[in-house]
Design a protein around this ligand. Structure first.
Ligand code: KMH
Ligand code: ZN
Length: 270
């Protein structure tokens, strides 16, 4: 079986210090958390950054500082967010692509996101994809709904994004597809031959979706961006505790845990 790539989503844009005191905010805190996640088995860190007051930002300088701090600690793959927070402009969101990440998220379509709307119109997707290709940044195709997979296949047929692609099924957002086994199996059935997939279950679905993905040959994402609890009512002390648990799930599924260099080979990162 292919080694399992664990992605640690350590910060996000919506989780707050009021929700959990364990959220990393400064560049040093983000680097320390990425290092702990790497030690626990993560090969990729999905990165957002914050201003000093904790508010979400896509500021290039803040990203550069965080990336430099992470790279000084370990060789984990840095996947910068181009999603940012709901309501940000495309120009704001694209800034981290200027920081030389190996990977970046590419959100494949729009959806209701709780009471907000997360806008990803095709012109934005095409422009982000163009910049990623120009900079040799490997996109992770963020799909919150089945139509987003179809959109990616259409963009592949137009040559806008390279196939077969690395997909991330984000399941359990209020407004997107629910986190269920039937939904995940359906999404996998839509993938082109040779595609790889990751699953990010939101909230209480995180571990169950990670386990299922690992059993089905996929990869898994966890961390405080998507879920703050280690078990019911018990806050995770950091994303690293969640990564350690997913690493156990991988081994139980008969999968080795991929190192960053194994993940680079699997994801086509040169
Ligand atoms: N914060 C969400 C609205 C991404 O990083 O690409 C979007 C998000 C996706 O987190
Ligand atoms: Zn994100």
């Amino acid at each position: 079986m292919t080694p399992a790539i664990i992605t640690a989503a350590i910060c996000g844009a919506e989780t707050t210090r009021e929700m959990t005191p364990h959220l990393p905010i400064t560049a040093d805190e983000l680097a320390e958390e990425a290092f702990r996640c790497h030690a626990a088995g993560a090969a990729v860190v999905h990165l957002h950054v914050r201003r000093e007051d904790g508010s979400p930002s896509q500021d290039r300088a803040l990203f550069q500082k965080a990336i430099d701090a992470i790279r000084a600690r370990c060789d984990i793959i840095v996947q910068t967010s181009t999603g940012g927070a709901v309501g940000m402009t495309a120009d704001e969101r694209a800034q981290p692509l200027e920081c030389g990440p190996e990977m970046a998220s590419l959100n494949a379509g729009s959806l209701n996101f709780g009471d907000d709307v997360f806008l990803n119109p095709f012109p934005l997707v095409r422009e982000f994809a163009r910049r990623m290709r120009e900079k040799k940044i490997v996109p992770e195709l963020e799909c919150y709904d089945a139509g987003h997979v179809d959109s990616c296949l259409w963009l592949q047929s137009l040559g806008v994004i390279d196939g077969p692609g690395h997909f991330d099924f984000v399941l359990g957002v209020r407004g997107g597809m629910a986190a269920s086994e039937a939904n995940l199996r359906f999404l996998i059935s839509k993938l082109p031959a040779g595609a790889t997939f990751n699953v990010a279950g939101i909230g209480r679905h995180q571990m169950a979706m990670a386990e299922l993905s690992l059993q089905l040959g996929g990869h898994a994402r966890c961390g405080l961006e998507d879920n703050i609890y280690l078990s019911k009512g018990v806050l995770a002390k950091g994303s690293y505790e969640l990564v350690a648990r997913v690493a156990e799930l991988a081994r139980s599924a008969g999968r080795a845990v991929a190192s960053p260099s194994q993940a680079r080979a699997l994801l086509g990162i040169n």
